[in-house]
Design a protein around this ligand. Structure first.
Ligand code: AMP
Ligand code: MG
Length: 310
């Protein structure tokens, strides 16, 4: 506990000095910087090798803090009450008086915001005078990190500090919902659309492409381990890694289980960890068993599809 407190102090010290640090969240680890500072946020793009056209998600402690920068509406209130803190990102309209850096929004009048559910990161946010811009803490297009070690693998000593909050509990990025105008899901994620429908009492559509808004992971290759992935396969080829979600009678050293009983939430949690392990073991390709396209399975399939484009 004492150690946690001193690590939070250190995080605050570096962030106050416009540095970037790694932070834990329930979705994936983030590369965080002061969202009000041009200097701090431009470091995020540089470190990740990320296009400035791809806007960042800003992390707040609570809705009261958010209202310094954004206009909220009834749908936001309902979803916030049910799911926050948690793996859901809202796209809202910026207030004129908002201090959010132009780097974060790529000059747009909307902002993507989230309330991460990790004890240490929440404690950290509560001590800061500004929100944190934080995309995933990986080099652009590569695998997302779900532990301190993963972040270190991505950036090495280039990053001054990584706050260790244990393994990410959800292990998949947030669901993004645009609440400017008619609500639309822009990215599948840690919260199923059916649960959002229930709260808003109507069917929310998922738009893969939106001309006006740049949507995450629309760059062709995303979330990628850097080797080919073949989906919906019954068997692997020789020397190929095989990702499974149900226990097989026979086993082999190239079999990697996301879960053994088909539990899709657990499979989601283990996805990036497993892909990273396979990559580090230097396999040249990956086959994946069919994953049911329901609930979190949809998010897993979305990530695998984007990772598998050659
Ligand atoms: P990540 O790259 O995992 O941090 O995901 C962040 C994603 O949120 C980005 O790729 C953006 O496309 C999306 N995003 C951020 N700001 C906005 C916005 N104002 N409108 C729509 N999407 C946004
Ligand atoms: Mg990312």
């Amino acid at each position: 506990m004492k150690k946690d407190l001193s690590n939070i102090k250190k995080s605050k010290y570096l962030l106050d000095k416009n540095q970037c640090i790694g932070i834990p969240t329930e979705t994936v680890y983030g590369l965080a910087a002061n969202a009000y500072s041009n200097q701090a946020t431009s470091k995020i793009f540089f470190l990740k090798n990320r296009s400035k056209k791809n806007p960042l998600i800003v992390h707040y402690f609570n809705a009261k803090d958010l209202e310094r920068d954004c206009k909220i509406n009834l749908d936001f209130k309902k979803l916030y009450k049910k799911f926050c803190p948690g793996p859901i990102t809202f796209v809202l309209r910026l207030k004129k008086e908002s201090k959010i850096s132009k780097n974060v929004t790529n000059g747009k009048k909307t902002l993507a915001v989230r309330f991460p559910n990790n004890k240490l990161t929440r404690k950290l946010l509560s001590t800061l005078k500004y929100p944190l811009a934080a995309p995933s803490a990986n080099i652009s297009s590569k695998l997302s990190p779900v532990s301190k070690q993963d972040v270190f693998e991505e950036f090495g000593k280039k990053l001054k500090f990584i706050l260790d909050g244990g393994r990410s509990k959800i292990g998949l990025e947030s669901t993004i919902i645009n609440l400017c105008g008619k609500p639309q899901v822009l990215r599948l994620g840690g919260i199923e659309i059916s649960k959002i429908n229930k709260i808003l009492k109507r069917k929310i559509i998922y738009v893969k492409k939106n001309k006006k808004i740049s949507v995450p992971g629309q760059n062709k290759l995303h979330y990628s381990p850097g080797i080919p992935i073949r989906l919906n396969k019954k068997n692997p080829k020789k020397d190929e890694a095989f990702i499974l979600i149900r226990k097989k009678k026979i086993s082999s050293i190239n079999y990697f289980y996301l879960t053994k009983n088909g539990n899709l939430k657990l499979a989601g949690k283990n996805l990036y960890k497993t892909l990273r392990k396979i990559k580090n073991l230097k396999y040249k390709s990956i086959a994946v068993e069919r994953i049911p396209n329901i609930g979190i399975g949809q998010t897993i399939n979305d990530r695998l599809k984007r990772a598998s484009i050659k």
